[in-house]
Write a protein that binds this ligand. Structure first.
Ligand code: BGC
Length: 565
């Protein structure tokens, strides 16, 4: 078939995806490893900023002596502006990295974008490890952040595009699992090196990251490119080879033909609805269409951006970023670091259940269920805080604090098994191929943007000198979770078990609230008349298109307007 054959496509909706071998499953699962970068990089800085060696190195303040008074000890910290700068600059890099990653992925491919993310990250890491001054560390964080931005956005895109539909949710949830492992590993390494009185205290946690870049970079080098990328570029021969590779099937198998034809037909259909013209127009396409139509690009882009925003507004990072400070403020806990370590462990252990739940109950149900669970558990923490906890001005009640910690852990489990993975799963599935890479990039940027906002504003919300919300902050997170549940109920479609092309059709025919019961009834290949006619691979009808480098294949039956619902 390669080198100029013809693929015909199928009218049978059950044949639009080739069966998958174990090797192919393992290949898809490997990409999830990219989550380690995300988790580890957000996890190490907080601990390092509290290390005495690091504080002395960056502030030139000498260690307070054993009999120094508490005022002197309190001065031995990194100034607030340095803490904000070091935390915020990573998010700044990741935000812009994720934003431009979509463009890069359409130009050089998903795989090479992730590999270049690893290289960028390595350069940032070298600077961070070598740094002994704030300026070098800040530049290193910015560059490493850009690398993490590339990786965090494009891994989702790559995995969603190559994973088989039946287990796509579970495999992408594996990415979330790796994020949680990354956070845990960062905590453990920082815990182990925090008391060292040399540069190893911060250089070891930073340098460990080289390993992630090495493993992911080399692994991706060996994996195939996404077939959907080749379809977008009009390289249909290469698309066929890549598809055969990710499915572990011979290139001339009928299954590969049918699946490839469906991807091509869907892409052609999407281009016939919203043509790609210039570079700027192709960006503008992400915001094309009306707000009322679930299938419009605008609605899908807002859904992705909003979903990632609501994931951050569940308040999960309050616990991971400020857990130690919050637990210390409860007064009865002797080792807040240990409690913080336990919360990260709960996060790791609760995530794998989502591999099964996301395919069994679907994305929507999980988001609604998990969001409701977080409302309840966060309100309970808040209620305990204001009734029997320290907010009453009484001596803190040990039993009350234990109950608060227990409900905080329940809240983490709820997040880890629902909103944590599902937000990533859904953004990989809702965009049509012409805008998919940018849509995923925009959504991932939204995650980093809100991540950064929360990191910056939370200290002001809980600090005694400012809003002094203390445990009342859980009422705020709980209330935001109510909005998350409503968001999921009204705006998030159910994508379980559908191919990415079927998701496209489903969005045109039903609203998110009715999406669960939607059943595929036709194929794009049949509707575009490609079953009989066939699509020549590399033949005369497949040619490089306009400046946006889209493929154009002569089509018929393409509806002119997709604002159906
Ligand atoms: C979120 C991160 C969070 C992590 C916790 C991810 O899905 O995007 O902000 O720290 O989950 O496991």
């Amino acid at each position: 078939m390669a080198g100029g054959g013809v693929v015909h496509g199928t009218a049978d909706t059950s044949r639009i995806e080739a069966p998958v071998t174990v090797k192919a499953y393992l290949m898809c699962a490997f990409a999830a490893f990219g989550g380690i970068f995300f988790g580890y990089d957000t996890g190490w800085m907080g601990g390092v900023m509290g290390m005495k060696y690091y504080i002395r190195q960056y502030t030139h303040i000498q260690y307070p002596g054993p009999d120094a008074d508490s005022a002197t000890k309190a001065l031995f910290v990194l100034p607030g502006w340095q803490q904000s700068l070091l935390t915020g600059i990573l998010s700044c890099g990741t935000f812009f990295g994720a934003l431009i990653a979509g463009d890069v992925a359409d130009r050089i491919g998903r795989r090479w974008t992730i590999i270049s993310g690893c290289l960028t990250f390595t350069v940032g890491c070298i600077l961070e490890t070598a740094s002994t001054t704030l300026a070098v560390m800040v530049v290193g964080r910015l560059i490493a952040g850009a690398g993490v931005g590339f990786i965090s956005a494009i891994i989702i895109l790559y995995m969603s595009e190559i994973a088989p539909k039946k287990v796509r949710g579970a495999l992408v949830a594996g990415y979330q699992f790796c994020i949680t492992i990354g956070i845990l590993l960062a905590n453990c390494v920082v815990y182990a090196t925090q008391d060292r009185d040399d540069t190893g205290s911060y250089r070891i946690p930073v340098a460990v990251q080289f390993l992630w870049a090495l493993v992911l970079g080399i692994g991706l080098f060996l994996l195939p490119e996404s077939p959907r990328y080749f379809v977008k570029k009009g390289k249909l021969d290469e698309a066929a080879r890549a598809l055969a590779n990710v499915r572990g099937q011979p290139i001339d198998s009928e299954y590969i033909q049918d699946e490839l034809a469906e991807i091509i037909a869907n892409h052609e259909y999407e281009l016939s609805v919203v043509p790609q013209t210039t570079y700027f127009a192709s960006w503008a396409n992400c915001f094309h269409g009306g707000l009322k139509s679930p299938a419009s690009n605008l609605r899908r882009t807002l859904c992705g951006i909003g979903l990632q925003m609501m994931q951050q507004l569940t308040g999960i990072n309050f616990i991971f970023y400020y857990g130690v400070v919050f637990f210390t403020s409860l007064n009865t806990i002797s080792n807040p670091f240990l409690i913080s370590l336990i919360t990260t462990l709960v996060n790791v252990l609760s995530t794998p259940i989502s591999f099964w739940m996301v395919e069994r109950f679907g994305r929507r149900n999980l988001l609604i269920f998990g969001g409701t669970g977080m409302v309840i558990s966060q309100y309970i923490v808040g209620i305990i805080g204001v009734t029997v906890g320290q907010d009453k001005g009484k001596d803190t009640n040990k039993a009350a604090v234990s109950a608060m910690i227990a409900f905080i852990c329940i809240n983490i489990s709820m997040f880890a098994s629902t909103w944590g993975p599902c937000a990533w799963v859904v953004i990989g599935e809702i965009f049509p191929l012409p805008i998919r890479s940018r849509g995923v990039g925009l959504s991932t940027s939204s995650n980093w943007f809100w991540n950064c906002i929360i990191a910056i504003i939370t200290p002001y919300l809980v600090d005694k000198q400012y809003a002094n919300l203390s445990s009342k902050i859980f009422f705020m997170w709980g209330s935001l979770c109510i909005i998350s549940v409503l968001f999921a109920y009204f705006l998030v479609p159910e994508t379980k078990g559908l191919s990415l092309e079927q998701v496209d059709r489903m969005l045109e025919e039903v609203s998110p609230r009715h999406s669960r019961s939607w059943v595929p009834h036709s194929t794009f290949a049949a509707e575009m008349g490609l079953v009989e006619k066939g699509i020549p691979l590399g033949g005369p009808t497949a040619k490089q298109g306009d400046s946006a480098e889209e493929t154009e294949i002569e089509t018929h039956n393409a509806p002119a307007n997709k604002e159906i619902v």
